[in-house]
Design a protein around this ligand. Sequence first.
Ligand code: GTP
Ligand code: MG
Length: 363
Amino acid sequence: AEGSTLTAFAKELEMEVRDLEQVLANLGESLASSEDAVPTDVMELVGLELNVDIAVTPDLNADVKELVRRRGVVAVMGHVDHGKTTLLDSLRKTSVAAGEAGGITQHIGAFVVELPGGNGSLTFLDTPGHAAFSAMRQRGASATDVAVLVVAADDGVMPQTREAAAHIQAAGVPMVVALTKIDRENADPQRVKGEIVSMGIELEEFGGKVQCVPVSAIAGEGLRELEECLVLEAESLELMTSLTGKVDGVVLEAKLDKGQGPVATGLLKAGTLKVGSHVVVGNQYGRVRSLRNGAGDSLTHIGPAEPFELVGLKGVPSAGDSITMVHSESRAKRICEARAEREAALKSASAEPAPSQSEVNPE
Ligand code: GTP
Ligand code: MG
């Protein structure tokens, strides 16, 4: 028996097995025996029903044999206009076959770069620097393994540089600094490095661990060095994933397309997303009708660290929503209903002046 049997789950919730069975019955779920494993999506349903936070973490050790190495996901962050998109464009051009620039990369802002010489690959994620996009930077930092903090060598450290650095540090993600626009006449790398160090970022040059790579996207300088740095950082993390375990991904953008209906773009962290499967994305559900990868190719499967575009949801999810695969449409629907109910309850609770501290524990 593992930690996720009905008995163990009941213990974790500090409730009687038969009470938990009743909760399950109310949700239309049942298990043959109390020693049966409770599926993680059912655990989540129970959590929503009881209003307790249940950290549903996929037990990767359960299928150790299935673990495979995966490529690293790199988010590029920094102040507005400091050269993030230009840098990504030039990284993409140096590695991917020319003419491939179309596809969904423009609006998805995520793509895979194959490094020359069989040196592996990296998934890059662009994030906007505009002041209004703090949430996207936060999401970017949390969806990634390594972050590139872009700082223009002329402008130096600016408000969104500080904010991006804070998100990266909060996410506990290793950082590489790219000192961009190094070709500019008024570039002053030494001054800017000083500003970066004063921000509390310990650059290698000053005895710290953070690498700082001067680059010029326009002149094509420093790109290889930056890629090498990033690959080393990603390799040292020994990133592993399961292709067959629980699907875990995050939505980066979502919209309603006139022809296709709701379209969500995102990044898969673990598992394999398949056409035809039932998914729950935030408060929305549906059956995957079509999938495209970061290059815009239509595929039947999407694997970990792969950007995707998904069609088939019944409604438009929100950026930052997580994506999970469930066994049936009815279960997907119930999870969404439970989430919507919980959200409504939270909303009405926060709308009313709270007379007293509300109970956290259902007991
Ligand atoms: P937001 O997405 O709006 O936050 O901006 P960004 O960080 O993506 O900046 P973007 O790549 O759009 O570049 C802003 C401007 O800087 C553009 O006019 C680029 O041509 C210019 N630029 C970017 N990189 C370089 C560089 O290495 N050298 C020079 N000289 N100009 C650059
Ligand atoms: Mg940009």
